[in-house]
Design a protein around this ligand. Sequence first.
Ligand SMILES: Nc1ncnc2c1ncn2[C@@H]1O[C@H](COP(=O)(O)OP(=O)(O)O)[C@@H](O)[C@H]1O
Ligand SMILES: [Mg+2]
Length: 311
Amino acid sequence: MIIRQFLLISMLLLHVHSIFCSDLPILPESLENKNDTMAVFQSIETRLNYVSFIQNSAEERFVVKQTKNGSPLAQLDHIKEVFATHIAQSIGIFTNHVFLLPKGLDIAGKPDKERLATLHTWVPGCSTIKMFSPPFIRQGTRMTLSSYDKIGLTRKMIRNMSKHPDLSKIVAFDTYLGNYDRSLLNLFYDKKIDRFYMIDMERALSVNLCYAACYHMEIISKEKTIAFSPAEINALTSFCQTLHALVEKYPPQEQNNLFDYYLSQSELERENQLDTEAINHKIEWYKALIADTYTSAKKLITLINTLITPA
Ligand SMILES: Nc1ncnc2c1ncn2[C@@H]1O[C@H](COP(=O)(O)OP(=O)(O)O)[C@@H](O)[C@H]1O
Ligand SMILES: [Mg+2]
């Protein structure tokens, strides 16, 4: 059984790797070792997921995550997670690797073997919630999502992201991917190498954060009350560079292809007509958001460049 688990995982990972080999990193060696065993050393429950921490005999660690909600619609969260992580990895933003664990695949820490889950490589350091003075770069909450004036790249966010060079890149990524939930729990810091890492992309494709950012930039440009500090100008410059890289590499068609690729990998089951309609509707909604965000992102880059370029 254990050997079968590892054979299946290796096949899965090699397949993913061969399709996107120009983007994907080398597979974790430990997952290719068919004679090794994985054991759960801790399990937790979050609001939406079962999360298990597993390790092999060499104490290499991984995370297995599965939605509590077993409906086919809820499985789209797993697809968004691999989709968004893939994009971050491929343009060199600091995150772990995430792989789909399809239904039928039996691995330690996966509660329902007959459902989709994700496997995450371990992130170094610890959650920023443990820091003495952590950076707040969460761009919204479930409650504020519909109010563009309260979410996205506010003046305060610009100040916060200017505190470390990694942060502006992470904020740009979240802005393009429509991921409002970069809470302290979803941001790690490795003090040995002074680096921030993102985990948890399930809330990607939630809202057009580029549109919200344009809203704030237009107000800042009209008011002209508080000048940007040199650190803030550096942060905005780096934000624009990352956003530009994302716009260039991931226009809507590329994102749609990548999303569809992971969707097909997931072998998502539609149990009945209602499921099919709900899933198709949600996917259309994601794709419309991707297209709108792309348009807003290009406008945002122009707005910020005008703001930070001396007259
Ligand atoms: N790759 C990882 N490396 C280390 N810890 C992790 C990793 N992924 C998750 N965790 C831990 O598990 C918790 C829950 O995982 P997360 O992906 O944020 O789940 P949820 O989407 O339900 O919030 C995180 O806050 C973090 O402490
Ligand atoms: Mg989380």
